[in-house]
Design a protein around this ligand. Structure first.
Ligand code: PLP
Length: 402
């Protein structure tokens, strides 16, 4: 039999490690192990009923055909209204793109702009797909590490340092996956001041966790803070996280018309339009009563506080309290080079996560996957009793190490 050889583009990338851990945990569960998975990147809440009702109505009304390639006008109107209402940004419908998920939006934008050798600045820890999508598009990811002391936030000096004549994009994500850290208005302004000095650099801001924020934190986005960057900023968002609609696959963005058109061209020759039913559901989500968001955030916040407290009670683990999303990114530095009861040495965060999964059936994602070690990501989009039990197991595991 002939051996399969992948393309050069595919050989440059690896499968999403977050999905791999979720998969491994699911396999152990299927084999009868009692596994608590804290590795998922999605809310454990269900899609709100009013959104589901809109989708059912769309099906019954026969809204089951192709739509405009990069989103139907009704959804683009709802998105323009959302940008206006939440972000004080005015986008014409010709400046809006809708795709099957935030992931597809980002990929289309990179594919539409990157030439071989173009550089994309990605602060670490990063959402796993930014570097690999850059590679797939033929670009070079420039990873800039942050540290726990600065709350995993990129400093203006580090950004300035990373910019070269080959820089195409700066990718910005706040609140962040995997750390939950969110930039204040002042912190964003300090970065946009640097960007203003470099007119060839485009800004991709991934605002997908915009609505999942705590303690009166005020979300802002770069183009809102520095309108001088509007003509080179792509403001990315979607319904996946806020509206618990990960399976519906709708992401969107506002940006300069030329870029939006190029992204539509890619869609016209690849995916075509995102699912028509999901688009109608998204109209309902964006236009509907948003008050359920506060209720869900209250639940997330109490879980965040509980998880941070439990983790900080474990010797060898140190956990910051982030402003948003549903992740924490604790350090396991104090446990590196220790031995499990069976003699395995924990050399790095990947070993830590793997041994924890084997010993206690708790699945988290190792920090190396996000470009910054020795840390691990815990998703607290899980039931409170599971989080409590997971906390006890992590403590027991850490105490078993010598
Ligand atoms: N951006 C970030 C930071 C994410 O965490 C995710 C999902 O995990 C996405 C984008 C992609 O979202 P979607 O499910 O809409 O493709």
């Amino acid at each position: 039999m002939r051996e399969f050889t992948s393309s050069l583009a595919v050989s440059r990338i690896k499968p999403s490690p977050t999905m791999a851990v979720t998969q491994k945990a699911a396999e152990l569960k299927a084999a009868g192990r009692d596994v608590i998975s804290l590795s998922a990147g999605e809310p454990d809440f269900d899609t709100p009923d009013f959104v589901k009702d809109a989708a059912v109505k769309a099906i019954r009304d026969g809204k089951t055909k192709y739509t405009a390639v990069d989103g139907m006008p009704e959804l683009k109107d709802a998105i323009a209204a959302k940008f206006n209402r939440d972000n004080n940004l005015t986008y014409d419908v010709s400046q809006i793109s809708v795709a099957p998920g935030g992931k597809a939006i980002i990929f289309n934008a990179l594919l539409a702009t990157i030439n071989p050798g173009d550089e994309v600045i990605v602060p670490a820890p990063f959402w796993v797909s930014y570097p690999d999508m850059t590679l797939l598009a033929g670009g070079t990811p420039i990873i800039v590490k942050t540290d726990a002391d600065s709350n995993f936030k990129l400093t203006p000096a580090a950004l300035e340092n990373a910019i070269t004549p080959r820089t195409k994009w700066f990718i910005f994500n706040s609140p962040s996956n995997p750390t939950g850290a969110a930039y204040t208005r002042g912190e964003i302004k300090a970065l946009t001041d640097v960007l203003l000095k470099h007119p060839h650099v485009w800004v991709m801001t991934d605002d997908i966790y915009e609505h999942i924020i705590y303690d009166d934190f005020k979300f802002t986005t770069p183009a809102q803070i520095e309108p001088g960057l509007l003509d080179r900023t792509l403001t990315v968002n979607g319904v996946s996280k806020a509206y618990a609609m990960t399976g519906w696959r709708i992401g969107f963005a506002g940006g300069p018309q030329g870029l939006i058109k190029a992204m539509a061209k890619i869609m016209s020759q690849s995916t075509s339009n995102p699912c028509s039913i999901s688009q109608w559901a998204s109209v309902a989500a964006l236009d509907g009563d948003q008050s359920f968001l506060a209720d869900r955030n209250a639940a997330f916040k109490s879980r965040r506080d509980m998880v941070v407290k439990m983790l900080n009670e474990v010797e060898g683990i140190n956990c910051a309290r982030p402003e948003g999303a549903f992740y924490v990114y604790p350090s396991c530095a104090g446990l590196i080079n220790k031995k499990t009861p069976s003699g395995a040495v924990i050399k790095n965060d990947e070993d830590f996560v793997l041994e924890l999964l084997k010993a206690e059936g708790v699945a988290a994602v190792f920090g190396a996957a996000f470009g910054l070690s020795p840390f691990f990501r815990v998703s607290y989009a899980a039931a409170e009793h599971d989080l409590r039990e997971a906390g006890a197991r992590i403590k027991r595991f850490a105490e078993s190490l010598a």
